[in-house]
Design a protein. Structure first.
Length: 578
């Protein structure tokens, strides 16, 4: 069925609601728009699905949510009655239709006799992960598009470990979703009926209290909160998302002094009306927090994204200006703080381990090695960090201390198995308080790390490839780079190419191929190792129509490292994405 036939089928389906029908009527004469909405079904991968809100098979709407849930329900029914009785936990964020999509998810699952634990109000991703583990559910679902612009929403699926669903199970769910063709005939149970039947339980204060209690166990130097300078101030913004209540609560109950909240961004707002995009990776998202910090004399700004799995920091420098730290820098500061504090307290185990994604900075490896801690690198996606924790617990070979991704995701307490900005906010505040007591800032802590291990600089480029034509261009670009890899980038020689699809590394000097990362799942990632240990990494995004380019460089000074980074990244962009 081509896109026009799909469009016509939706238009003529008597079960479609009037609003959807009217939206489809409104694009009747726009072939390009029809094609973009119907040329494919919204992709369901190992992280679920994410897309622009609207009518169509390539959009986020109630019908695609119900279709995905019907596929998930059939998968769970296939696991047997015990899996159905263990149930599914569901949470949602502050985006448009998130509550409706969550309720529809619950209604479809309950219609299959699957027990559902639904958060009564919006909650962060990490609290959903915690609930799955605490309730011993078979699966979990979060309605969120994370840090994407307001036009997006999404559907993330979790396995029984509390991490995002394993690839093998996700493949089965994807196959089940593909079998669903009657979008308006999917069985649904009314919420009141499901609650009376014991199939629907609303989650609230008890689960919140349990999660917060576990987070409050994380600070290593708890005693410092009562000793810190009373003039200490930090500004927090939830960027209109789900972090407001839990982050403020853990900071308050931990005893962090001087927490000031950006009132204009405190309440949930699906339009994210005060920011261009609710992404703490971008400095302009923290503009209001920085302005408030200047006004109140605060030295630190903390921002969390709408589903509160990512955290960003802005720190006042010696000139009084605020510097936005990168995800790599935050990850290294937190890792160094945790390992040093544990070493001081005598709680750093001999088999301690930390985990990062393959695209994250090599500086973290140097930090870990200095403490005698084993570093593991995994594919991009926090589910792979969660997988390592599962492995550690199964074998007993290592004890997990900390994990992070350069995309502003961090997690220390393994009672959660996804990025956790509630945890990260508390740990960042603890580190800031500690360094304040030494007369230092988090920037001073970062400078100390550079002095000890060398000057690392990292950069990320996002190249958008929208629509069907864009998807083909992404495939062609990756194929071209495999067939004809560059021999140099920005004047720096390429020493080898490692391909995560083939699990092979090719030495460009002699053409010899050798096994690479055979313990990792196959993934569409290419790593170009440059002379001097620098790296250029490229991969298509798993959730958005774009290619991501990562650059890791090291040099004698930060000035030299930044100059080299700019030259390499500019050359790569102009050569392949002009």
């Amino acid at each position: 069925m081509d896109y026009l036939q799909k469009y016509q089928a939706w238009l003529e389906d008597p079960g479609m609601d009037p609003e959807t029908h009217g939206e489809l009527e409104g694009i009747r004469d726009n072939l390009a728009e029809i094609e973009d909405r119907f040329y494919q079904d919204l992709a369901f991968g190992t992280a679920g699905m994410r897309g622009v809100i609207g009518a169509g098979t390539n959009r986020m709407n109630r019908y695609m949510v119900r279709k995905a849930t019907e596929g998930l329900a059939n998968f769970l029914c296939g696991l047997g009655k015990d899996a159905m009785a263990a149930g599914v936990a569901i949470a949602y964020d502050s985006r448009k239709f998130s509550d409706i999509f969550a309720q529809d998810t619950a209604r479809v699952l309950c219609a299959h006799g699957i027990k559902v634990y639904l958060y009564a109000v919006l909650h962060p991703v990490p609290m959903l992960s915690y609930a799955v583990r605490e309730l011993q559910c078979t699966a979990g679902v979060v309605i969120t598009a994370s840090h994407n612009p307001k036009q997006y929403n999404g559907y993330k699926v979790y396995g029984k470990s509390g991490g995002q669903m394993e690839p093998d199970d996700a493949d089965v769910v994807t196959a089940e979703i593909a079998k669903v063709t009657d979008l308006t005939g999917i069985p649904m149970m009314e919420l009141e009926e499901a609650q009376k039947a014991g199939l629907l339980v609303y989650l609230g204060k008890e689960m919140d209290d349990s999660y917060v209690a576990r987070v409050l166990e994380l600070p290593i130097r708890k005693e410092i909160f009562a000793q810190v300078d009373p003039d200490f101030r930090l500004v927090y913004t939830p960027l209109h998302g789900t972090g407001s209540i839990p982050v403020q609560r853990v900071l308050r109950e931990a005893g962090i002094p001087g927490v000031i909240v950006v009132k204009e961004q405190e309440q949930p707002d699906p339009d994210f009306s005060t920011v261009r995009t609710p992404n703490p990776e971008e400095k302009d998202a923290l503009n209001m927090a920085i302005a408030l910090a200047r006004e109140t004399g605060a030295d630190l700004c903390i921002g969390t994204d709408p589903d509160c799995d990512r955290m960003g920091l802005a720190v006042r420098d010696a000139d009084g200006e605020f510097v936005l730290l990168t995800g790599n820098q935050i990850g290294c500061i937190l890792m160094d703080y945790i390992l040093s504090a544990r070493k001081e307290k005598g709680t750093l185990p001999a088999n301690a381990a930390v985990v990062k994604s393959i695209v994250s900075t090599n500086m973290a490896d140097a930090i870990a090695a200095s403490y005698g801690v084993t570093m593991f690198s995994v594919l991009t996606g926090f589910k792979f960090i969660a997988g390592k924790i599962e492995e550690f617990e199964r074998t007993g070979a290592y004890q997990y201390m900390f994990g992070f991704e350069e995309s502003f995701g961090y997690m220390a307490g393994p009672f959660v198995r996804d990025k956790d900005a509630v945890q990260a906010s508390l740990l960042a505040a603890e580190a800031a308080v500690w360094y304040r007591m030494q007369g230092k800032t988090l920037l001073d802590a970062l400078d100390s790390i550079y002095h000890r291990f060398g000057y690392y600089a990292e950069g990320v480029l996002n190249i958008a490839f929208p629509g069907r034509e864009g998807a083909e261009k992404m495939q062609n670009t990756m194929a071209m780079l495999r067939q004809t890899p560059p021999v140099e980038i920005g004047g720096v020689r390429v020493m080898s190419v490692s391909d995560h699809l083939t699990h092979q590394t090719v030495d460009l000097g002699n053409g010899v191929s050798s096994p690479y990362a055979e313990d990792m799942p196959a993934s569409n990632v290419l790593i170009f190792t440059l002379e001097g240990g620098n790296r250029f990494i490229i991969r298509p995004s798993g959730t958005e129509p774009k290619i991501k380019l990562y650059f890791n460089v090291k040099d004698e000074t930060m000035e030299k490292a930044q100059k080299k980074l700019a030259t390499i990244s500019q050359d790569a962009k102009e050569r392949y994405f002009h």
